[in-house]
Design a protein around this ligand. Structure first.
Ligand SMILES: [Zn+2]
Ligand SMILES: [Zn+2]
Length: 348
């Protein structure tokens, strides 16, 4: 099969598109023919060398994987040839206390797809049944590749950790990015008022087209908290969704009202942040880190995509051969939502 290997991480990462043996099916798993795989900031951080810990040599990246079942193991249940499915973000044993508690991605035996083990930038991938969520037949696999990450990841952060509820105000930073654009939709579907910030002028209209009325350009020198307080009757926001990390950490904290929560899902610049601790204390505020998504979050994301509540936002579809182009586009910060790779580059 065709597989895209990261040969060398760095500012200009080097890739090899190679022919390797097709994977074989496990006793209780399937082989998926990969039809679409999202390019995540996690992949970019591995490519540019910011993230090296635990990454296997010559890794096949990609953990946002959607495909069609082309082989089924002898004891695999609940899925058949021709079914569509997405993978979880990590493997897991499915049997330990952590897995049974619904935190499969924290399983002591978990390995990140496209990180500790090979991922989806390949024509086929072999996965165990407990690391798959079956899709409905009508679902489009390009959009479906975003169901586990970034959509499931934002479902976990906003529904489980932040417990967003009807009428709350949710500030979304990086709202034109892969996590942000779906977080805004998840928050909205939970009944929250969304206040969206983006640094890209050309993403404002596209966010408005998704139905968000309160979209603002985060310009240098602008304090978003002034705007947030003005829009929330001086109460401040209930939740700040921060997929960017240090670049907006202080600003996001200042947006919070009493009992407000900031959830942080990414560190794009690889920097540290220093904050005035009093800003956290006098609000009874919380800062929550979040990564990953369990099966139940992926299933919830799947239902919401299937029923049209959440629209996966894919700006560009590229073939594996164009990985360097994808890398450059994402680095430029101009991609609205996600870039998705396919083995052929053609929509499925
Ligand atoms: Zn991802
Ligand atoms: Zn486990």
């Amino acid at each position: 099969m065709k597989a895209l290997i990261l040969k060398e991480a760095g500012v200009d990462p080097a890739f090899d598109l190679v022919e390797i043996d097709d994977p074989s099916v496990s006793e209780d798993g399937v082989v998926l023919e990969v039809e679409a795989v999202g390019v995540c900031h996690h992949d970019i951080s591995v490519m540019d060398g910011t993230l090296r810990r635990g990454v296997k040599d010559d890794v096949i990246l990609g953990h946002e994987i959607a495909g069609t079942v082309v082989d089924v193991g002898p004891s695999t249940q609940g899925i058949k040839l021709g079914d569509k499915a997405v993978t979880t973000l990590t493997t897991s044993c499915g049997l330990c206390e952590t897995c049974l508690g619904g935190l499969e991605y924290r399983c002591p035996q978990a390995h990140g797809l496209g990180h500790g083990i090979d991922g989806g930038f390949a024509e086929y991938i072999s996965v165990r049944r407990n690391n798959l969520v079956k899709l409905e037949d009508h679902m489009d696999l390009i959009g479906a590749s975003l169901i586990a990450c970034p959509i499931g990841v934002t479902v976990r952060a906003l529904e489980d950790l932040c417990e967003v509820s009807d009428g709350q105000s949710v500030v979304v930073f990086g709202s034109g990015g892969g996590l942000g654009v779906h977080a805004a939709q998840v928050a909205s579907s939970l009944g929250a008022e969304v206040i969206a910030f983006t640094r890209s002028p050309n993403k404002i209209q596209r966010l408005q087209e998704l139905g968000f009325g309160q979209v603002f350009l985060l310009e240098e020198g602008l304090d978003p908290s002034d705007l947030v307080y003005a829009l929330t009757q001086d109460l401040g926001a209930d939740i700040a969704f921060n997929p960017v990390g240090s670049a907006v950490f202080e600003a996001a904290l200042r947006c919070l009202g009493n009992g407000g929560k900031m959830v942080v899902l990414g560190e794009v610049e690889g920097n540290h942040s220093s904050v005035n601790i009093a800003e956290l204390i006098f609000r009874d505020g919380s800062v929550i880190g979040s990564s990953g998504a369990g099966i139940r979050h992926i299933e919830s994301a799947c239902e919401q995509v299937s029923s049209g509540i959440i629209t996966p936002v894919v700006e560009v579809i590229l073939p594996f051969e164009e990985i360097v182009q994808a890398y450059k586009l994402i680095k430029s910060g101009d991609v609205f939502g996600r870039i998705v790779l396919t083995p052929t580059g053609k929509p499925t």
